[in-house]
Design a protein around this ligand. Structure first.
Ligand code: 87F
Length: 698
């Protein structure tokens, strides 16, 4: 018998069935392209409606599946075939044509006769179908249905084509169900996780600011400033925090540009030889220097230090650049990261092993010029803190024991964290004298052709400043940002209401946003519809956005917005025509925040005339301004004695061990009251020379 026939149409197929001696019942009807149509055709008792599915994998192997109408082809089925269900696709029109010379809605087992290229690798029969007397199938075209037995299909039709089929259980109902359940469970879990994450973000801070160190940890994470990292003492600065740093950079760059300081970049590595060039000043810091000792699997010939500061990196180049007095002043600044491997307990922003800073270095022809530079920069630092971060500082000079050992004198901006009365060094500006220029031979010919050493300054401000700002202004609800550093100064929140058309409301909000953007304000419209207004209020409060604008039905109707100020929770309406007041409102907020902070700082400064008063104030978490003899031995004695007598021992403070209970000098404030004849040091009774501020410190 001819076993190499093709079946181009219905008639050829029916003829072939007769030829093969297959006993069939035929029904002629309109086309039935879908199973919905198919089941409407009346068939004999015990005849199964058959779903014909042609699958194809990525390698163009075809799988023809004859399934009972009610059977779902499960994922497990492909697994039992040793195939990945993910690779299987139902064939498209062109593929059906390619394999079976047939079309969608006309897939049937007779068309296998047309698969002359043997693309159909497997014909699979649903085990369910073995329970039926006959199968209802289309002879090539779906305008006819024939009922034939599975046996005939197998032994008379497919056999002659040299094709075999496999009977398989297409679904393991129980297993499939389990799989479905697992999927459902996974979905639920994912949902829960998402919710958890949302909650994590919005869930209120669980402690009050009075529980200070726990509060701080929660604020920096919930405000999305910091993410933890798996190297101790290193933290991820998230965009919300990095924006603040960028604002500081912009502001300070503008200031130093007025002084003709130029930005630059020096390498981060330095050799031991370089580092030790100026041994004296490095000695005290040596333990904190981090080294690179390997590349790949090999040792470096010469280990390289990672910059802890850049004096010894920069000054050899300075020596080359400075030849004549005309090369002076030389003023450079760089924004970099710094690594100091500290072993004290780390606190994000405040004390970290890697941090960001700017370091400025200048060289001048005269001492006066250098000293002037030192104080100009100190003023700039005061401005960064006051004008940008709304943090008040005290300008002062470090005592001999607290100054940068490499320099002549160190000026500083100090602040005091009101919550615990701890001093925090905000930035330092050093007069280096000629110490480094002599060491590195930074010299020049002066106008009288005499060789002279340059007078130098160096100064630095770090990401610690952000920590001070958080500590000052944050409250029980979270972060409170002063407007000039906030990524979003204003957030607009539409309050959807049934009496208000949502599109109109959103349009109004967008108009308001645009008006404010034109005023150069940083505005965000939070129109997400998957969060409630209440959720958004909390979220943006936690992140510290200075002003929230609410627009609900009342505001919409009256052409108003509701203003809510973050720092004092003041709420009021303003008219749309008054939106231009917002710049002023933000300025007022800044000023009010700074005023409040200054009051709080001042409350932490007490005076003491004797030891008893001194210790009493220290134990009430204050800093203390005293008359002082300016002797280093006396300073040391105060430090030791206060440590011993301190009620707050190391381990008790804020639940952290990093801070000592002893008091040290923070600075000698630039603003000094005149000392009167005969006034003496609070500690030793010798003649007083200066007022000095003492405190526990970070
Ligand atoms: C740690 C390791 C090695 C501070 C260090 O303040 C060296 C040092 O020299 C070090 N920690 N210092 C003092 C940095 C002085 C000075 N440098 C320029 C500044 C501001 C920027």
């Amino acid at each position: 018998m001819d076993n190499n026939f093709q079946l181009p149409n219905k008639q050829a197929c029916l003829d072939q069935l007769t030829k093969l001696g297959i006993d069939y019942i035929a029904h002629h009807h309109d086309p039935v392209p879908t199973m919905e149509d198919v089941v409407k055709i009346k068939v004999e008792e015990g005849t199964a409606y058959v779903k014909n599915l042609l699958y194809v994998d990525k390698k163009s192997n075809y799988y023809l599946i004859l399934a009972n109408n009610t059977t779902q082809v499960g994922k497990l089925f492909w697994k039992t075939l040793g195939l990945a269900s993910g690779n299987m696709r139902l064939s498209k029109e062109e593929q059906i044509a390619e394999a079976l010379k047939s079309s969608k809605g006309n897939v049937n087992p007779f068309a296998v006769a047309n698969d002359t290229n043997n693309l159909v690798k497997n014909i699979i029969i649903d085990e369910e179908l073995t329970k039926y007397k006959r199968l209802a199938l289309h002879p090539i075209e779906n305008t006819t249905t024939v009922e034939i037995s599975l046996d005939d299909l197998q032994n008379k039709f497919l056999k002659i084509l040299n094709r075999q089929f496999t009977v398989l259980q297409l679904t393991d109902a129980a297993a499939e169900q389990k799989l479905e359940q697992q999927k459902e469970q996974q979905k639920e879990q994912q949902k829960d996780q998402q919710k958890d994450q949302q909650n994590q973000q919005t869930l209120a801070i669980t402690v009050k600011k009075s529980d200070f160190s726990e509060w701080y940890q929660q604020v920096i994470r919930k405000a999305e400033l910091i993410e933890y990292y798996d190297v101790s003492g290193c933290y991820i600065l998230r965009p919300w925090a990095y924006f603040i740093w960028e604002q500081i950079q912009r502001y300070f760059d503008d200031l130093i540009r007025t002084e003709e300081v130029e930005n630059t970049y020096f390498p981060m590595f330095l050799s031991a030889k370089h580092l030790n060039k100026e041994k004296e000043h490095v000695e005290g810091f040596k333990a904190e220097v981090a080294w690179v000792t390997k590349y790949g699997e090999s040792d470096l010939n010469e280990p390289l230090a990672i910059r802890p500061t850049s004096e010894t990196i920069m000054y050899p180049a300075f020596a080359k650049w400075v030849q004549s007095h005309r090369d002076l002043p030389l003023k450079v600044n760089q924004w970099t990261n710094i690594v100091r491997w500290e072993f004290k307990f780390p606190t994000p922003f405040i004390r970290t092993r890697e941090f960001l800073w700017q370091e400025g270095h200048t060289a001048h022809a005269t001492r006066e010029e250098a000293v002037k530079q030192v104080y100009t920069i100190l003023d700039f630092y005061e401005q960064v803190y006051g004008e940008l971060l709304a943090v008040p500082v005290i300008k002062g000079i470090k005592t001999e024991s607290e100054k940068f050992a490499g320099g002549d004198f160190t000026t500083t901006v100090e602040t005091i964290i009101p919550q615990n009365g701890r001093g925090l060094q905000g930035a330092t500006s050093h007069h280096l004298g000629q110490n480094f220029s002599k060491m590195f031979e930074i010299n020049f010919e002066d106008d009288k052709k005499q060789k002279a050493f340059a007078w130098q300054t160096s100064w630095g401000l770090t990401t610690r400043s952000i920590g001070a700002m958080i500590m000052f202004h944050g409250d029980d609800k979270g972060l409170v940002l002063p407007p000039r550093i906030a990524k979003y100064q204003i957030v607009i929140i539409p309050i959807i209401h049934k009496d208000l058309d949502e599109n109109q409301l959103n349009e109004r909000c967008e108009q308001i946003r645009q008006i404010l953007v034109k005023q150069k304000l940083r505005v965000h419209l939070d129109s997400r519809d998957n969060y409630s207004p209440g959720w958004k209020f909390n979220k943006w409060e936690q992140k510290g956005v200075p002003v929230r604008l609410e627009i609900g039905p009342g505001e919409f109707k009256n052409n108003e917005v509701r203003v809510v100020q973050r720092f004092d929770n003041k709420k009021y309406q303003i008219k749309l025509e008054e939106l231009n007041q917002l710049t002023q409102i933000l300025d007022n907020i800044h000023n009010a925040m700074l005023d409040k902070a200054r009051t709080e700082l001042n409350q932490r400064i007490k005076q003491a005339d004797n030891w008893k008063e001194f210790m009493s104030q220290l134990n009430q978490r204050n800093t203390i301004l005293t008359r002082w003899c300016e002797r280093q031995e006396c300073e040391k004695e105060v430090k030791t004695k206060s440590g011993i007598e301190s009620k707050e021992k190391d381990s008790e403070i804020d639940g952290q061990v990093q801070l000592t209970g002893s008091a040290k000098t923070l600075c000698m404030p630039l603003k000094q009251d005149q000392l009167k004849e005969g006034e003496v040091c609070f500690n030793c009774g010798q003649q007083a020379k200066k007022y000095v501020l003492w405190g526990r410190s970070y």
